[in-house]
Design a protein around this ligand. Structure first.
Ligand SMILES: Nc1ncnc2c1ncn2[C@@H]1O[C@H](COP(=O)(O)OP(=O)(O)O)[C@@H](O)[C@H]1O
Ligand SMILES: CC(C)(COP(=O)(O)O)[C@@H](O)C(=O)O
Length: 286
């Protein structure tokens, strides 16, 4: 057996969504639109007698800080896979803030574990296990499906094996600024909030990046989910004519175009993002 393996998955910013509960885990999830982003999660997996997970945020190219020493979705997924391992996940984005990092961490970890332990899962099987783990822990609904590929995505059906429309996003520049997380579980398990989300949801697929932000912002405003603390950021983007909306589900804003970074910089330290060209993948086995 190899000593270790590394997997990667892009993150996913959801712009608009609607929960659907199907008659199986595979057919349960969400419909909606989002952007698969080039930043995501790396997972380094090494064999161990017991599973342990450390969640790390990269502060620079060669320094990262451990922010948590457990990840129930990952621990659950590895148990389902029937392996025990030491897992180190690394991301430059803030976990829990609407960048789809729970899904990305699962996909990166399972991809690496599958290669390391030679468990023979196809990419579809990896995605299915990651999706089920998200649903079991209420950490997401549609991010795993989105991160099976790249692009600006439109998911017209819920679940892990539904078709997804992917618009090419090469050349598109985005910025995002986060003021912290929202509890995904609290929101997606709230009947009242899901009723407002259903009412606000529009089953449209965007025809351009600008159209994607239009649909997303209309959804965000109607859903009642926009936290007051990000309202000034959205107002500033509107004043500068920059398409922007709320990162679902986090206290953050994402915005389109080269000028968006300077406008968001008035409110904090934004990150520059691009649209991912591909989904989760194995990086190395050694
Ligand atoms: N980078 C990560 N590495 C390992 N586990 C993670 C990571 N990000 C999130 N998780 C797990 O998923 C749970 C929920 O995350 P969530 O709020 O959905 O994050 P996000 O909004 O980024 O998807 C976290 O409490 C943690 O257990
Ligand atoms: C918006 C959300 C329900 C949660 O996204 P996150 O907080 O990033 O896990 C997402 O999974 C979706 O289905 O669109």
């Amino acid at each position: 057996m190899a000593e270790s393996a590394v997997g990667f998955s892009p993150g996913h910013i959801s712009g608009y969504f609607r929960r659907f509960d199907g008659d199986s885990m595979e057919s349960t999830g969400s419909c909606g639109g989002g952007i698969v982003i080039d930043k995501g999660v790396y997972a380094v997996v090494t064999p161990a007698r017991e599973t342990s997970v450390s969640v790390n945020v990269a502060r620079s190219a060669d320094e990262d800080t451990c922010i948590a020493r457990t990840s129930p979705p990952i621990e659950y997924a590895l148990e389902r896979l029937g392996v025990t391992a030491t897992v180190k996940t690394i991301t430059s984005l803030p976990p829990g803030a609407g960048f789809g990092l729970s899904a990305a961490a699962l996909l990166a970890t399972l991809t690496a574990a599958n290669a390391l332990f030679e468990t023979g899962l196809t990419d579809d099987a990896i995605a299915r296990l990651a999706h089920i783990s998200e649903l079991e822990h209420q950490t997401g609904l549609g991010d795993v499906a989105a991160c099976t590929g790249g692009g600006i995505v439109c998911r017209k059906e819920p679940g892990i094996s539904s078709s997804i429309i992917r618009m090419n996003g090469s050349g598109v520049t985005l910025s995002a600024l986060s003021y912290g997380g929202l509890s995904t579980a609290d929101v997606i398990t709230s009947p009242a909030q899901m009723a407002r989300v259903k009412e606000a949801y529009s089953a449209e697929c965007a025809k351009s990046p600008q159209d994607f932000f239009r649909i997303s912002r209309e959804f965000a405003e109607k859903s009642g989910l926009i936290p007051e603390e990000i309202r000034p950021i959205l107002d500033a983007c509107d004043e500068h004519g920059i398409p922007a909306s709320m990162t679902m589900l986090g206290k953050g804003v994402f915005a389109l175009g080269d000028q968006s970074f300077s406008v968001l910089s008035e409110f904090g330290i934004p990150c520059e993002l691009h649209v991912a060209e591909e989904g989760f993948r194995l990086i190395e086995v050694k």
